[in-house]
Design a binder for this molecule. Structure first.
Ligand code: SF4
Length: 411
């Protein structure tokens, strides 16, 4: 895989060493078992895959190049380059400004920009509408596009399937920048609908199985339930006959598969197995490799009988939130931004993904002769932050026995 130039301050010699050792033993990346750092009284269990993915490294390489090449120009990012506050504030400290916030609210008006300014498209991509706006305003002279190629792959797939007459069903979070961009690209070529989860798909399936979708009352029900989540040309009586599922690349891969399988079973029920492929497209190849690797690595790490897990990343990061969800199902899990959330050996401040607030938990480290901790992150967390978290937790274990080959990396 291509090697990128990302700023050194996001790297960690410790994590780099661990990843390098694993990669040299497992060049084809087939072994998903975690890396274990056993220090006697404390053991860290690191998933086989975590940290910056291809798309994030690509985006960072491009934006730092933009900064280097244009020292005297204004640089505007359309929105957060990725969902990590440290990365975004680092860019901000270099003068990079954000046109939209991550909720889609415009914070810099278009009339503040000139055609001499640099515009950077974030890794999630951008909607066709914003692309058009930039073009209409003549702001395309200095564009740096960091859209991840795996996101573009989904757009291309939606286009191909749309041209073949399929309706595109996007498994994603409606307000997420990537889902908005995919929705906007897809609806150029296909009737498009966004679903959040299997529960929404079950409601959709009831509509698919209905024989009376011409009924205006049923259509009204459909439009109310999927409010704002369908393309403007959507006709429930016509556009639920031939469906292809794609996803926001950072959703839980198994959930996308479940959704796809569910729709497939509904199409078999309605049209018969012999007609399945006239009504359903197989789209498994749109899943992003990094999401798949990180999630599979977490499932394996969770087999290690750890006492708890610490997941590090931006609270608005979709892929990190999904790692948290998978961990939470099995063990106590603390979602933190950085080592600063670890207040002491007895107290941690962490994000509750259901209540969407930070809370504090006491006595999160159990009293035991040996404590086992899964330390994980998604695709948008710098390894340097993971290292800081690891060092802070380790500092609470003065009797930890650090092997000689790690001493120089941990002091
Ligand atoms: S998670 Fe996948 S789609 Fe998203 S930026 Fe990384 S490589 Fe690209």
């Amino acid at each position: 895989m291509k090697k990128f130039q990302t700023p050194l301050f996001f790297n960690s010699s410790l994590i780099q060493e661990i990843k390098k050792n694993r990669d040299s033993e497992d060049r084809n990346k087939k072994d998903f078992s975690p890396s274990k750092l056993n220090f006697g009284t404390i053991e860290f269990i690191l998933p086989r895959f975590f940290g910056f993915c291809y798309g994030v490294e690509n985006a960072l390489e491009i934006i730092y190049k933009a900064i280097e090449e244009n020292p005297n120009k204004n640089i505007y990012l359309l929105s957060e380059i990725i969902h990590n506050p440290f990365v975004n504030s680092e860019l901000n400290s270099r003068g990079v400004k954000f046109i939209f916030n991550s909720e889609g609210k415009q914070i810099i008006e278009w009339d503040k920009l000139s055609n001499q300014d640099i515009i950077v498209i974030p890794a999630f991509g951008v909607t066709v509408e914003v692309e058009k706006k930039i073009t209409d305003l003549g702001l395309t002279r200095y564009i740096y596009n960091t859209t991840c190629p795996f996101v573009v792959k989904v757009w291309n797939k939606a286009e191909i399937l749309g041209k073949q007459g399929y309706t595109i069903l996007i498994h994603g979070k409606y307000r997420h920048e990537e889902t908005q961009a995919t929705f906007s690209h897809s609806k150029q070529y296909a009737p498009t609908l966004i679903v959040r989860d299997i529960e929404e798909v079950k409601v959709l399936s009831d509509f698919i199985l209905l024989d009376e979708l011409q009924n205006p009352l049923k259509q009204k029900e459909f439009f109310e339930f999927f409010k704002e989540k369908y393309s403007s040309d959507f006709k429930p009586d016509k556009h639920l006959e031939k469906i292809a599922v794609v996803n926001q690349t950072t959703m839980i891969a198994n959930e996308t598969k479940e959704i796809s399988e569910y729709i497939k079973s509904i199409m078999i029920k309605k049209y018969g197995i012999e007609n399945l492929y006239k009504h359903f497209a197989d789209t498994r190849d749109t899943l992003c490799y990094a999401t798949h690797h990180n999630q599979r690595a977490i499932y394996e790490a969770l087999e290690s009988e750890a006492d708890f897990s610490v997941v590090v990343g931006g609270y608005n990061s979709s892929n990190t939130t999904h790692i948290v969800k998978l961990c939470k199902k099995k063990i106590p899990t603390y979602f933190i931004l950085s080592e600063n959330n670890i207040i002491s050996k007895n107290k941690i401040r962490h994000y509750d993904i259901d209540k969407k607030i930070e809370i504090e938990t006491d006595n999160y480290i159990p009293e035991k002769d040996k404590v086992k901790i899964i330390l994980a992150s998604g695709s948008s967390c710098p390894d340097s932050i993971i290292e800081n978290v690891l060092k802070k937790l380790l500092s609470f274990f003065p009797k930890a026995n650090i092997p000689d080959n790690y001493k120089h990396l941990l002091t």
